[in-house]
Design a protein. Sequence first.
Length: 589
Amino acid sequence: MQRFLDLLSELAGSAFENAGIEASYGRVKLSDRPELCEFQTNGALSAAKKYKKNPMEIAESIAERLSKEPAFSCVSAVRPGFVNFNVSNDFLLSYIKDMYEDEERLGVSKTQDPKKIIMDYGGPNVAKPLHVGHLRSAVIGESLKRILRFMGHEVTADIHLGDFGLQMGLIIAELSERKPTLPYFDPDFSGDYPADPPFTISELEEIYPFASKRSKEDPVFAKKASDATYEMQQGRRGYRELLSWIMKVSVSDLKRNYERLKVQFDLWKGEADAEPYIPGMVKMLKDKGLAHESDGALVVDVKRDDDKKEIPPCMILKSDGAALYDTTDLATLIWRVNDYHPDEIMYVVDKRQELHFIQVFRCARMAGIVPDETELTFIGFGTVNGTDGHALKTRDGGVMRLERLLDDIKEKMHEKIIENESLSSDEADKVSDIVSLSAVKYGDLKNQPAKDYIFDMDRFTSSEGDTGPYILYTVVRIKSIVRKYEEAGGNIENIAPSISRAGTEKALLLSLSGFSEEVEKAASSASPNVICAYIYNLCNEFNHFYHETKILSCEDEDEKKGYIALCVLTKRVLERSIELLGFEAPERM
Ligand code: ARG
């Protein structure tokens, strides 16, 4: 289906054409002053310059033509050259009926230009707990993936684990001192290794930061860790076994966390998967004359004359020959391009890493690792702050673990959910999971990705205002209306939207008609917040309508059917929208 604004623009465009002006001047947009009219076109103002005419004269002639069109009503030309109008009920209704028929896509057409996209989001680090910084990457990335797929793009989601060799070497070195009798450390051991993991996830999460800190203060330990990394990479049997335990224990914990967040990846690859490509890449960078030595390190200059700020060189190898973050990201691009031939690779990462990506992208282009036709996109997101305006911390100032945050918000939500005494305790628990996830995700997604935001538990869990729970309350309200209608013998297959004599539902219809426009905007600008703003408004319009209208108790059967069809369509649009945002609604709450 065409977007509603495009349909109106086409009609307005023909009016311009008939007046001897290019049709493109007839672009229609939502009114800047909704109290005056629903839509407007400002084409007369710009056409006046090009055609050297008086803008008001053009506007008047356009208004006259449009007023003869059955699609428009209340057309008026307004100084200095706007044309304001409303859409007629019949025209709007026929669009809404088409949306109702299109149960699957609700009027949203797929893109004409489907792309193959690799999305890099999540980015957790193995053996480290997920913290609140990883929340945004997961929540925004997952929503963008769903939006882009809905638009018809082919998206592969890669978690890009932080599992680079040195991290593993640090853990192995530390463990070899804590539990030296484990068979993994005996180079002569040739029997079967134990079937049980040598550590729990909590131990692992404690060992890694400890060892990482220690290596910075203790050069002997640092050497031991880098030796262990080297031997592991060379295939030392016991170390390989430990590596696979680190991965297993850590990844199963990560999977549990992402499942809770309803975030799904197609690929569980990591930095380590790039390691085999590093030696060849280093050689290529040297052969092409791009890499040179600087203070013992191997670097590639990526600065340009027109740079406004300083762009330091890309670091390929440290002076001890170790690879770095730049290195693994570059080498990762090699397999992503070779194996997938993507049209675009999109990174959803903390915006404080922007410089790193500028360096990596430039180097990848210069070296021909990524062909010109493959787009590289960086979507940087802002920080999650506490109500004090500083980065979110635990009460004692520690890093806020994601699990802890989710538990806290669930507890808060649960207190509110159990006020509804008709829910069994089991159901209340499930509903609290669903609703608290909406609180967290909506609280995040309603902000532009690049902006910082304040994690305000009280506000996020409120059922009033621009929040996830408010959206879900509205969906649940509609579900209950539709359920009651069906329980009383009504069939939603045999009804269609209509406009009642009172006409109080027009604002709701107008809001519904904007769905495809907003989804496309969200996709093209990589901004899930556009969908949040849209559904917040849609919920307000629905609740307005609900409070003004007798729906189930409406005496006129035909009117009632029309109302129910509107409820069903609103429900479908909201359910589709929240699915694109990455959460769902319960049956009751
Ligand atoms: N693991 C990184 C971190 O925790 C994020 C990885 C982002 N993705 C990438 N390709 N560099 O900061």
